[in-house]
Write a protein that binds this ligand. Structure first.
Ligand code: FAD
Length: 410
């Protein structure tokens, strides 16, 4: 049994904790926040993500809060006309042997937290230590020091401390997060409000994920919380703010200033929702290493990505499965070698997804004109065919499946 420290109790850290517990290890999660709370917004759980959840044994627990979306509509900013409809629902479930869901980040985090700490179930319950901010990581000694001076050593340390990771600094060094030039606004619209307004009713009736593309901005709509809320995320082109948090407060007016000339339903949605939050979107370069000795990176700490392929959480879940699977029955002497295999398996794929996310920003934000016309014709032609998504939504699961076949299930 390995003694494991996981830095960060976000989606990646908790998923790793669940997997490593199931792989037979004693895990402590060090989280700087005072609680594991309801923070964040809607996140897409494409089939590769739900497949990873199944490997971790938690998919059924998330199902009541998840939304099985039937299609992904790409729409035009001005009038909502549908450019293309990607079939999801039963078609995606069958093709990738796992459903395509949308969920609230808080619900996903709560399910992972519960599975990690539950007294019953396989392995030892994970200890989650809140208000435990890691100040330094020593990769040579495989130990950390918390703010306040406490020192903790382990057989394995997983740095899952998000985009501003201190573990990344120690393991890979290098760059700082760079403001991408884009910010994201979030509004949550209750289902009742949609049903009460004639022109918004269709958003409540058929569960779809939607991307409305316009000049310099795009809007993503998805049902969350079992369909009781429509999550609206609006990515815009504007200067960086002074608030680095995920939950900076903003206003309907600031958001709507970015949606001038858009379909009138956008304003209705914004005005029907509650608080408007805003956060800056940062980007970092793909890394050439994720591992040093018996320490490794996972999730955003390893591969922060812009949200334009909807894969931040999904890639963290894939990491967690691959890491745990490789460490089944590992002893301290074999950790370093297994971490090298984890890096070999995961780094190329996650980097590809990082780069793909960047490329999509340009595509979603074209001004109307020749490039947009070509894009729309291309999306219209390709949308009905899922094959173009196989590398993304099917690629991770087949990699993880082959790992299970060689090493057994966690
Ligand atoms: P994160 O989810 O960022 O988790 C990192 C965790 O590490 C955090 O809990 C953080 O408090 C903790 N941490 C950081 N430094 C230290 C330290 N030194 N010591 C101890 N703990 C530390 N993505 C979206 O697409 N939409 C959203 O609405 C959205 N909201 C988010 C809200 C919050 C509060 C956070 C933290 C992230 C959000 N994300 C959102 C990002 C998304 O969750 C991640 O891209 C993805 O899930 C990968 O997760 P991660 O665990 O690698 O990183």
């Amino acid at each position: 049994m390995l003694q494991v420290l996981v830095i960060g109790g976000g989606i990646g850290g908790l998923a790793a904790a669940v997997g490593l517990r199931r792989a037979g290890h004693r895990v402590t999660v060090l989280e700087r926040s005072t609680s594991i709370g309801e923070v964040g917004a809607g996140v897409g759980m494409a089939s590769n993500a739900t497949s990873a959840l199944e490997f971790l044994g938690v998919r059924s627990q998330l199902e009541p809060a998840a939304n099985a979306v039937e299609a992904w509509l790409r729409r035009r900013w001005k009038d909502g006309s549908v450019i293309g409809s990607v079939p999801l629902g039963a078609v995606a479930s069958e093709r990738y042997s796992s459903p395509f869901w949308t969920v609230h980040r808080g619900d996903l985090q709560a399910v992972l937290h519960q599975a990690a700490t539950a007294l019953n179930g396989a392995g030892e319950p994970v200890r989650v230590r809140l208000q435990s901010k890691v100040a330094t990581l020593d990769t040579a000694e495989t130990c950390v020091e918390l703010e306040g001076g406490e020192k903790l050593a382990a057989d394995l340390i997983v740095g899952a401390d998000g985009i501003r990771s201190i573990a990344r600094q120690e393991i890979a060094g290098g760059d700082e997060p760079v403001y991408s030039g884009n910010a994201a606004y979030r509004v949550q619209v209750p289902r009742e409000a949609l049903l009460q307004t004639e022109s918004l009713r269709s958003f409540a009736e058929i569960p779809t994920m939607q991307t409305w593309m316009g000049p310099g901005a795009h809007v993503v709509l998805m049902p969350v919380k079992g369909g009781s809320v429509l999550n609206m995320t609006v990515c815009v082109t504007e200067p960086q703010s002074s608030d680095p948090s995920w939950s900076g407060s903003s206003s309907a007016e600031d958001l709507l200033a970015n949606l001038q000339g858009w379909d009138a339903r956008m304003e209705l949605l914004v005005r029907s929702g509650g608080a408007v939050n805003r956060w800056d979107l940062f980007d970092r370069e793909p890394l050439s290493r994720w591992v040093a000795g018996r320490t490794c990176l996972l999730g955003d700490a390893a591969h922060p990505m812009l949200p334009y392929l909807g894969q931040g959480a999904a890639q963290a879940l894939e990491d967690a499965v691959a890491l745990s699977q490789g460490l089944i029955a590992a002893d301290p002497g074999s950790v370093a070698e297994q971490l090298q295999r984890y890096e070999e398996l995961r780094l190329p794929r996650a980097s590809e997804v990082q780069n793909g996310s960047r490329a999509n920003r340009e595509l979603f934000h074209y001004q109307d004109g020749p490039a947009q016309v070509i894009r729309d014709a291309d999306l219209a032609a390709r949308s009905p065919i899922l094959a173009g998504f196989d590398w993304l939504w099917g690629g991770g699961p087949s990699q993880l499946k082959s790992l299970t076949e060689t090493r057994g299930a966690i």
